[in-house]
Design a protein around this ligand. Structure first.
Ligand SMILES: [Zn+2]
Length: 201
């Protein structure tokens, strides 16, 4: 079992900040919204009936991603196991989008590393440390479960990751300021929409 380097963890956090900023995402983050904005089609599938025409480029238990070559560039399709709960699918979809955004080769040689990267991407995308710190202090697995809409075991892992960061003195990183800014832009929009609705009614 390899571990990602601390440099790689930081790089993935910067990628998440770019995604949150560029696609105007708010929290709680909806990976279906992100898939739509990326132009990635998401399907539910029956594991017993996988089409031989759609061979997974990146695949694991809960879902897989298919990369289709086009005359110019690529198109991506994500297939999620139809029988899984919405909570499970939330993390699986964020994980599959991680493979796409991190431009994974999905080759056998890089499988273990890319799986870890996609898992970390999904965990950090759904709940960046700084958002957990703003909303919940200290954060509990119940908070993460309720807020992110993930399974209990997933929430427990995410919580463990978040709490590891905030031991001792902490300086907010540049990419965290960008995530905070994106978060408050969306919160302001939500508040404005609520006000507009009140004016209409
Ligand atoms: Zn994967």
């Amino acid at each position: 079992m390899i571990q990602l380097s601390s440099k790689r963890y930081e790089e993935i956090k910067v990628v998440v900040a770019d995604v949150v900023e560029d696609y105007g995402l708010g929290y709680p983050l909806d990976p279906w919204e992100l898939a739509g904005k990326l132009g990635v089609d998401v399907y539910r599938y029956n594991p017993d009936k996988v089409s031989p025409w759609l061979q997974p480029s990146c695949g694991d238990g809960g879902g897989y991603t298919v990369k289709i070559s086009l005359p110019v560039g690529y198109a991506w399709m994500v297939f999620l196991k139809g029988s899984d709960s919405r909570e499970r699918l939330t993390f699986t979809l964020a994980h599959e989008l991680g493979h796409i955004i991190l431009n994974h080769s999905c080759s056998n040689e890089s499988y273990v590393r890319e799986e870890q990267e996609a898992n970390f991407f999904a965990s950090y995308l759904l709940m960046p440390d700084i958002i957990a710190r703003i909303l919940f202090s200290p954060v509990s697995p119940q908070d993460v479960m309720g807020f992110c809409g993930v399974t209990a075991s997933c929430a427990w892992e995410m919580c463990r990751r978040i709490n590891r960061v905030y031991k001792g003195k902490y300086e907010i990183k540049d990419y965290e300021f960008r995530i905070i800014e994106a978060f408050f832009i969306q919160e302001n929009l939500k508040a404005k929409n609520r006000l507009d609705l009140r004016e209409i009614s």
